[in-house]
Design a protein around this ligand. Sequence first.
Ligand SMILES: CC(C)(COP(=O)(O)OP(=O)(O)OC[C@H]1O[C@@H](n2cnc3c(N)ncnc32)[C@H](O)[C@@H]1OP(=O)(O)O)[C@@H](O)C(=O)NCCC(=O)NCCS
Length: 166
Amino acid sequence: MSDSFRIELLAGQDRAGFTSGVEPLDRYLKAQAGQDMRRRVSNCFVAVPDGAATVAGFYTLAAASIPVHDLPDDQTRRLPRYPVLPAALIGRLAVDQGFSGKQLGATLLFDAMLRALRAEPAVLTVIVDAKDDTTLAFYRHHGFQPFTARPSSLYLPVDTAAKLLR
Ligand SMILES: CC(C)(COP(=O)(O)OP(=O)(O)OC[C@H]1O[C@@H](n2cnc3c(N)ncnc32)[C@H](O)[C@@H]1OP(=O)(O)O)[C@@H](O)C(=O)NCCC(=O)NCCS
């Protein structure tokens, strides 16, 4: 099985057999992701093994904003006093069980950070909502910090990610 992937927008790739172990995520990819893209509420990027057309993993990315007071002072000290700051939201991220443990989840996360970094509208930070402890642990493992006011939401400033990506 190939361990090399291309990551591209969801289009006609085969997602019928996608199984991450989290049924709502699988159902979202199969039934909802395309519609969300057409309605411009969220983009879905899929990882496809080289030489294949089957989705091995995916994530969604959408523009978002966060109240300035949600970030700790050390993150905002040098920023203008705008009430809200620009963010990018990773709404969902999942890897097919046949590809787990091959760094594909991490690769998808880095791809999302890169797209946020390169986006033409400015993005200060990437945010995620952790639906359970497993998700929380995955994002903490990759340097995301919980918001003090709502610890199931986490953030990673794109500047910090850029240093990690170098
Ligand atoms: C969580 C998930 C995306 C991980 O994908 P994966 O491709 O198996 O993980 P990777 O191989 O990329 O792991 C990368 C690193 O993250 C770590 N990691 C993976 N899952 C982790 C978890 N739940 N908690 C903490 N660390 C985790 C790995 O140990 C690895 O660490 P290393 O680089 O230091 O060796 C995948 O298991 C999945 O899709 N789960 C079901 C859906 C889900 O829970 N999504 C969460 C986000 S919505």
